[in-house]
Design a protein around this ligand. Structure first.
Ligand code: TRP
Length: 346
């Protein structure tokens, strides 16, 4: 059995970084027919672990994330999309898993450490935040997922989940499945820089191109993108490495785009060579990137606008997904309690 589970924290609309890093691949997985089951979870409870004072942000983002999913082509007939907080069994599993994890182990998690520093928690770390890797282990194991497509920053979560599975299976009975992380295959795309060239596209840095941005907004953002700071005049030699405009082209431009919009070049290597030689201006490259992005995003925008017309349908679908997810999680929880010997009335 190949069971896939993945998810996102609903803390805003999804952007191009999510798109190249994970959304595109989820759609490919969905359409490949290679997997027995695919779950996509909107991790609202996890999002609350550092947004307890901002429920509205999380709440309203559920709708945005769902719209982004459907706009990208996730099909609820092929994947089960659900809301984490609507599957209370996940909390119960977490509660038992907590006994299998030490405080020092949690404090060592490099991703959590980094997030704590970024959020400036210092000595005031919410317990729920420190322990979210345990709850993530519950998310994964509740569905017996063996495949978890994630970004590199999630590897420590998967390691933690595997440790919990091993402890549980050794202590009680082998009911849990060890999950494996699957990283994006194109490493270059897995970390799309922001339009300011910062190393990651991120809401908090304000450097995102959102899937829901209008064509005009995307154009404005592309035209304001950082390029090579040493490439001042058209005649100057330019650098394409670490140049966000070229990194985006790496992620999106195809030879067909060249045929359609820049027929004087066969492909991206030719364009790069010209830029590096000198004589190619940033404006021309940006205009091309804008066309490429528009080709990719226009169908997404159209579908988003369609789904936006029927928000009740969106929530019905999420409800159905959550009911189905709860049934699966309840079965695992029952096995877990039986393995632990605490199913007293059975
Ligand atoms: N931590 C993940 C993120 O921030 C979201 C998430 C929660 C998740 N539970 C999960 C991802 C389970 C994969 C599997 O992106």
């Amino acid at each position: 059995m190949d069971i896939v589970l993945t998810g996102d924290r609903p803390t805003g609309r999804l952007h191009l970084g999510h798109y190249v890093g994970s959304l595109k691949r989820r759609v490919e997985m969905q359409n490949s027919g290679l997997y027995d089951k695919i779950y996509v979870m909107i991790a609202d409870a996890q999002a609350l672990s550092d947004n307890a004072d901002n429920i509205e942000k999380v709440r309203s983002s559920i709708k945005e994330v769902m719209l982004d999913y459907l706009a990208c082509g996730l099909d609820v007939n092929k994947v089960t999309i659900f809301i984490q907080s609507q599957v209370p069994e996940l909390c119960e599993l977490s509660f038992y898993y907590m006994n299998l994890v030490t405080l020092s182990r949690l404090e060592r998690n490099p991703t959590v450490k980094n997030e704590i520093a970024l959020r400036g928690f210092k000595q005031s770390i919410p317990v729920g935040f420190l322990t979210y890797p345990i709850s993530q282990a519950a998310d994964i194991t509740a569905f017996k997922a063996n495949i978890v497509p994630v970004g590199e920053d999630q590897l420590p979560m998967l390691e933690q989940a595997r440790e919990i599975v091993r402890s549980f299976n050794t202590l009680y009975a082998p009911v849990l499945v060890e999950p494996k992380a699957v990283l994006p295959d194109n490493q270059r795309c897995s970390r799309l820089p922001g339009i300011d060239g910062a190393n990651k596209m991120s809401k908090s840095l304000g450097n995102c191109i959102y899937l829901s941005d209008s064509a005009d907004e995307v154009k404005q953002k592309v035209m304001s993108m950082f390029t090579d700071p040493t490439h001042l005049r058209v005649e100057d030699k330019g650098h394409t490495e670490a140049n966000p405009v070229f990194i985006y082209l790496d992620a999106f431009a195809t030879d067909e785009h060249f045929k359609a919009y820049l027929p004087e070049y066969q492909n991206l290597s030719e364009l790069k060579a010209h830029y590096e030689r000198g004589g190619l201006g940033d404006m021309k490259v940006k205009r091309f990137l804008n066309q490429v992005l528009n080709d990719e995003l226009e169908p997404v925008r159209k579908r988003r606008a369609e789904f936006e017309k029927d928000i009740p349908y969106l929530f019905e679908t999420l409800h159905r997904g959550s009911v189905e997810a709860e049934m699966v999680a309840a079965k695992t929880l029952d096995e877990v309690k039986t393995a632990m010997g605490i199913n007293y009335f059975k």
